[in-house]
Design a protein around this ligand. Sequence first.
Ligand SMILES: *Cc1c(COP(=O)(O)O)cnc(C)c1O
Length: 373
Amino acid sequence: MKSETMVIHAGYTPDPETGALTPPIHLATTYERAEDGTYPQGFIYTRDNNPNRQLLETRVAQLEHGTGAIAFASGSVAMMTVLQALSTGDHVLLPDNIYYGIRQMVLDVFVPSWGLQADFVDMTDLDVVQSALRENTRLVVIETPSNPLLKITDIRAITQLAHEAGAKVICDNTIATPIFQQPLDLGCDLVVHATTKYMNGHSDVLGGIIVGDAEDELFQRVMQIQRLCGAVPSAMDCWLLLRGIQTLPIRMRAINDNAMQVAQFLEAHPNVERVLFPGLKSHKGHVIAQEQMSGYGGLMSILVKGDQKTAMTVASKVQVFTRATSFGGVHSQIEHRASVESPDTKTPQNLLRLAIGLEHVDDLIADLDGALG
Ligand SMILES: *Cc1c(COP(=O)(O)O)cnc(C)c1O
């Protein structure tokens, strides 16, 4: 099946009891045992498993070309669980411009309290990565495109280096989505998503998911922690996610088309110093992006000509774009990233991150043109 078909059919046929095309929401926390003490349907207790969660996991596993998926209550706790599967003294290598919340989690929780060793490096420089790998490196985390600088990491090359050093690789595929990039096919061991973003697509669910090879030891450990510790999504959240995912392929194509046009407009604008979007030929990672992605998504950043004040002024003037954090929904959003990160952030002060949504592209361009003055 192709992705467009999978998102509608994988793992579900109309409910045998009622014929319902969309699955019922299973709110029950506990399931009846048969007279012989077994559980004939395989469900025991909702922390262990739930029909809505199972369907979500089946569908996302297929979309990412994995054999198993593990759903969580947020993207952050999905990543937290992978780190919890490591032990004190293990070394983790992460991108220097990784999603801000994950960086804070590693530095404030896993290094001081869990005893992990962590280094943050430029994953676009293979020599730097090679020399940062150590004997005790268990995990290499990559995020491509990255947020908010839209750096492109060569997934295949990094995976090869990591595997030679005996480390596993997890790729944050939140920004590209499985519609445009399939890291497991390029050699990665695990994929993580904040399903909060494009997967759900409507800015109304918080969620995360890990995808990989169901037989893999690290995957098995992550699933064990999911079930023992219970940071799982509710049945309702799984149901909403499944509804959103049905339109993921068509939303991503429309968002990508809009983003391409907005990026080209911005690149030609006299008040814009630079546009960071991997779909543009001028982008440093464009060639690698073309090789490993089939589209570029809707996230981009611009450096306005001027300083922090200029950037804030531009953001203050938009009418169609919404000033808000996060991305992946139907609304186009604009955000001054440096001021939501910490004072020591490396994000340039004149950077605005744009998340392109599903409005008409003419309205988006006119709005940005007006705001840029
Ligand atoms: C939002 C995001 C996360 C964290 O997900 P939450 O659901 O907010 O916890 C992780 N990685 C990336 C790339 C994200 O955009």
